[in-house]
Design a protein around this ligand. Structure first.
Ligand SMILES: [Zn+2]
Length: 380
């Protein structure tokens, strides 16, 4: 069960924007609940406008902020009465939806609302949390995710299949809740979770409770060695530092052909267990754990199949040829799947896994290298 961090003496009074920001930070404090830059939260509250009229405002997390350190300024505010009529439409393109929502803004100078805003408007509860928790992703990305959902929550949950976020997904979620008012959550296939409550505290506790139930289920199914036997254990600290001193400049050079990259290392016990395990070479190539990760991790990492007994020179050779092969495979993948107007992103790997050493992630700056690291750690 995730730890309940709600503290009545710290929580702001009332059910408006301040309480929403407080609740959001509590959710973001546990990365197993909301991954970096992922998820969004909302509150519907009555505010007084510039004319003195009472207006129901949908406060929803804006783009560009991370929920873990969000403040009141990080939320967009939209006039709910003007947003809700869109529920009756057949469809809306992203461009039309964004342009429409821009005209419903309650207060100037706030960040732009997220592409997932309408799900918050269409779910009738006052307080709504949309999260991408590890435990839910584990179920929602399983081929039989919907069956597992039924096994855990029975009639207390509804399922929506994966489609790209936008108007239609929001409408499907709104319909699921409006047609089944007794349910407690919506599980979004390959995507995440929607939960809600009558107060910020209730919404937070409902989110924790649903995730906790998923965790109990997963724990009951957990294998002793989920990645198979550990064949290559971690190098000792001194040997690892020596290997990294030679490996990192070679990797950074190879990975910076299109654009200079910054590398970050993660050699935590979870990562070392994974990279050294028997099944890791195959498991790492299955594909991203969650579509949400793709832009930061790419579809697959580069796995360097190296055994410390081969020596460091062999590692350097495998790193160079590994990156070269990755770039040509990625370019071929792009060519085979591109649509008109697509331009190829940097074809270098973002994640490199090395048995005995750990995970090296790449980004154009330290923050983006760390976002990749955090997301792949969640994937593991
Ligand atoms: Zn989402």
């Amino acid at each position: 069960m995730p730890q309940n961090l709600w503290n009545d003496s710290d929580a702001p009074a009332g059910e408006g924007l301040e309480a929403l920001a407080y609740r959001s930070r509590l959710l973001g404090a546990d990365r197993a609940l909301v991954n970096v830059f992922g998820g969004n939260t909302s509150t519907k509250s009555v505010e007084v406008d510039h004319v003195g009229r009472s207006v129901e405002v949908l406060w929803v997390k804006g783009s560009g902020s991370d929920i873990a350190d969000i403040t009141e300024k990080g939320f967009a505010g939209l006039k709910l009465e003007e947003v809700l009529p869109t529920f009756d439409r057949e469809s809306m393109t992203d461009e039309v939806m964004v342009a429409y929502l821009d005209r419903t803004v309650f207060e100037n100078g706030r960040p732009r609302q997220s592409i997932e805003t309408l799900l918050h408007a269409f779910v009738p509860a006052k307080h709504v949390d949309h999260t991408h928790p590890d435990a839910i992703i584990s179920i929602a990305c399983s081929p039989n995710g919907q069956e597992i959902m039924k096994e855990i929550w029975g009639d207390r949950a509804a399922w929506v299949d994966y489609i790209r976020p936008g108007y239609t997904l929001s409408k499907q979620i709104g319909e699921a809740v409006r047609n089944n008012p007794e349910i407690e959550c919506v599980v979004m296939g390959k995507h995440g979770l929607v939960t809600w409550g009558d107060s910020s505290k209730e919404s937070y506790e409902s989110t924790l409770r649903i995730i906790g139930e998923a965790e109990v289920y997963l724990e009951s199914k957990r294998a002793d060695l989920p990645f198979g036997e550990v064949l290559i254990s971690s190098l000792n600290f001194g040997d690892r530092q020596e290997a990294l001193g030679k490996l990192l400049p070679v990797l950074r050079g190879a990975m910076s052909r299109a654009r200079s990259m910054i590398l970050k290392l993660d050699s935590s016990p979870e990562v070392l267990e994974f990279v050294g395990a028997k099944d890791a070479p195959a498991l790492s190539q299955i594909g991203a754990a969650c579509p949400d990760h793709l832009v930061h991790t790419k579809r697959v990492p580069l796995f360097i199949e190296w055994n410390p007994a081969e020596g460091i020179d062999a590692l350097l050779e495998k790193a160079k040829s590994g990156v070269t092969n990755y770039i040509s495979e990625y370019s071929a993948y792009f060519e085979a799947n591109k649509s008109e107007g697509d331009t190829m992103a940097n074809p270098s790997p973002r994640i490199v896994l090395v048995p005995g050493i750990g995970m090296i992630t790449a980004g154009t700056d330290v923050t983006s290298a760390d976002v990749s690291r955090q997301l792949y750690l969640r994937a593991i």
